[in-house]
Design a protein around this ligand. Sequence first.
Ligand code: S3P
Length: 438
Amino acid sequence: MKPRRFMPSGPLRGTIRVPGDKSISHRSIMLGALAVGETRVTGLLEGEDVLSTAAAMRAMGARVERLGEGEWSVHGVGVGALLQPQDPLDMGNSGTSTRLLMGLVASHPITATFIGDASLSKRPMGRVIGPLSQMGAAFDASEGGRLPLTVRGAQPAVPIAYRLPVASAQVKSAVLLAGLNTPGITTVIEPVPTRDHSERMLRGFGADLSVEVEADGTRVIRLVGEAELKPQTIEVPGDPSSAAFFIVAALLVPGSELTILNVGLNPTRAGLIEVLRQMGGDIAEVNRREVGGEPVADLVVRHSALKGIAIDPAVVPSMVDEFPALFVAAALAEGTTVTTGLEELRVKESDRISVMAAALTGAGARVTETEDGLIIEGTGGEVLRGTAGAIATHLDHRIAMSMAVAGLASRAGVEVDDTRPIATSFPVFEALLDGLAT
Ligand code: S3P
């Protein structure tokens, strides 16, 4: 455990750059490892979760090398040619690595065992075991469909048409990645759109992938196997989920004016910015451009008086990882913020509904937990009391960073019980914050 008290801060001013997008970083290494030849990646997030993916792809035969800061080279083995890993694949804290790699193994003639930390070992894998079993893979999982688990790949796998029962980009991606080495057309039907980085990048690597949008918005994604992927040069945009903490911090701390460079603004990820603007947040976008096939802009965020709102549950998938940060913003807004439709938050790195309810209450906020969300009575701009002892983060990086932001807008500071998990997604978070906070 590495506790730290995050103290009240003066205005956040200046310019920062957040590290590369975690979702895109994982996918660039996985697809690079499946292409024949060398893929070059710049701006890769060097967080522990992505390093778990890199280690796993190495264990399955790819050459994955770090050339410099954020600069990586991946020599792929080709779709169908992944090697049997000799040891269990240690996924650490990373649900994305686990679920996407289960998809890859499922259609290769290899067997792999997945292990992870205490948080990951509590998370449900049944959601990928279901469709991947239909494709012919065999699973030996711990109770409740959890890690440690062993996947025996199908040879050959059979293509399926799978309608997602939960809005999950990880499940969608697991099925699509399994489809790469499956003869015929693998179809994923997505009633509610989730992040589409897999689709964009699969196309970029030359896969035959089409997306049909039906009248009601349902997306039908078809991938033709067996695919041949061509190596690419990828520039990873900054992670909007990491930018989120600094956006909220700048909105909350009086006198702040912060520029955040190179933030990915894929519409399937940008829900938080829209919601914060509805709450009265002053967030300007400058220099809109495209980086690595993804929309990107620099954001200028100014301190704003926020107002509580009822958040439309339809936006949840586009900000699914940003609710802990949003809850902190709501705790200082004027009036009530009501969130619903957040059941998925209960199966993230921690149960983010109850863990944030406890953490914010401990810091002096007024919070009511419901089955599928939180109701938060904001202070109207007055800083939170802060915590006496440490709040429990349950091995969840986003809880730690959100409560660090709450500390900036508190009287006594907020103590977080363990800052180590921050390194899974945002290793330079504390250094960036310390460089800004005065
Ligand atoms: C991710 C998808 C989301 C998100 C996670 C990353 C991805 O998970 O919470 O941090 O890279 O595909 P779900 O698919 O479980 O919603």
